[in-house]
Design a protein around this ligand. Structure first.
Ligand code: HEC
Ligand code: HEC
Length: 297
């Protein structure tokens, strides 16, 4: 603020306070000679009395003037005058941020000193992990990490890229991109139908290894999904022999996966989240699947 406007505010404020005080005290002196004397004003039959101010009201007014003057001396308000306490809103905010950072820094140091499985048993850490997950991951993986169409369930024991702490951490830090080629043109509609049937039976009774579909699978698919269709975590090639499907397990959906291909994208988070937060998230995700009943896949 330029010194002219600063001065302007100081002068205006001082004059207003002085005027108000004068007005208050000068009116206080009027003592009515007659009881309930009116001012002579009359509005639709309502008359205005000319009584002195009630004393409780007068005292409150004086108190608020004293408070205002005290406040303007202690805190900023009078133009550029910073106030005797040198309080600033920026200073207050900086102070609060500093306090919060100090608190979380030591908290995260503590977390990083534990290994992932142990951190998963730390209730306080997991509460914080759940919150970070809700803010950054739930939009794709669901609030309870249950996943959805095209987004893997992170709370089961089925993994595209592996469920060991280091693999989960790598998925979050670097991101992942699955790449399933499209086979529609090569297989044709009949080929797609029999391949779909073959894939759906992968988990069940031993398929006839001499069938044309079985030979095609070995030739075209096993390089990524493995000879028995159990998948390959290095490539993120899904396990086709279990009953868990990223893109749906009915014949129509599976046929579409094979015909058109799929390309799931997990964004990298190394420039979005600190190393400490990713560490905490890794423990959170690891702990989710660990607590799942072992009898289920
Ligand atoms: C924009 C959507 C999106 C967001 C946000 C997202 N993910 Fe993912 N994530 C995916 C997709 C899609 C995949 C599967 C990639 C694929 O199909 O190859 C995936 C895969 C993963 C995997 C590997 C799963 C496996 O089976 O191996 C992990 C672990 C994971 N995400 C954790 C997280 C965490 C933790 C966060 C929050 C920091 C997060 N994701 C945020 C979309 C997302
Ligand atoms: C280059 C490696 C590669 C080859 C070859 C390949 N796939 Fe895939 N497949 C993948 C990957 C990677 C995914 C996961 C895609 C994703 O995460 O978005 C996948 C996903 C699938 C899915 C969807 C799984 C689900 O859970 O929804 C089906 C079905 C499938 N593949 C069948 C086949 C068949 C049948 C063949 C052979 C005709 C084949 N794939 C060949 C890499 C491959």
């Amino acid at each position: 603020m330029s010194s002219f406007w600063s001065m302007w505010i100081i002068v205006l404020t001082t004059i207003s306070i002085a005027l108000i005080t004068w007005l208050l005290f000068s009116n206080r002196k009027i003592t009515s000679t007659k009881e309930n004397q009116t001012t002579g004003h009359n509005y639709d039959g309502i008359e205005e009395y000319d009584n002195p101010l009630p004393s409780w009201w007068f005292k409150m007014f004086v108190a608020s003037i004293v408070f205002a003057i005290g406040y303007l001396i202690a805190y900023p308000g009078l133009g550029n005058f910073p106030g005797l306490l040198h309080w600033t809103s920026v200073g207050k905010w900086e102070n609060e941020v500093q306090q919060a950072e100090l608190a979380t820094e030591s908290l995260y140091k503590d977390f990083m000193s534990k290994d992932i499985p142990a951190l998963g048993d730390d209730k306080k850490a997991m509460r914080l992990g759940k919150r970070i997950f809700a803010n950054n991951c739930a939009i794709c993986h669901g609030v309870n990490a249950e996943g959805g169409y095209g987004f893997p369930n992170l709370s089961d024991k089925d993994w595209l890229y592996g469920g060991a702490p280091e693999q989960i951490r790598a998925s979050i830090t670097q991101g992942r991109s699955g790449s399933m080629p499209a086979w529609g043109a090569m297989l044709g509609n009949d080929g797609l139908t029999s391949m779909t049937e073959y894939v759906m039976n992968l988990g069940g009774a031993k398929a006839d290894s001499d069938s044309p579909a079985a030979q095609q699978f070995t030739m075209l698919c096993s390089g990524c999904h493995g000879a028995d269709g159990r998948g390959n975590q290095m490539l993120g090639a899904a396990n086709l022999s279990d009953n868990i499907w990223l893109y749906g397990g009915d014949a129509g959906r599976i046929k579409q996966s094979i015909a058109k291909g799929r390309s799931g994208q997990m964004p990298s988070h190394h420039d979005k989240l600190s190393e400490e937060k990713i560490y905490l998230l890794t423990a959170y995700v690891y702990q989710l699947s660990k607590s799942v009943d072992d009898s289920k896949p």
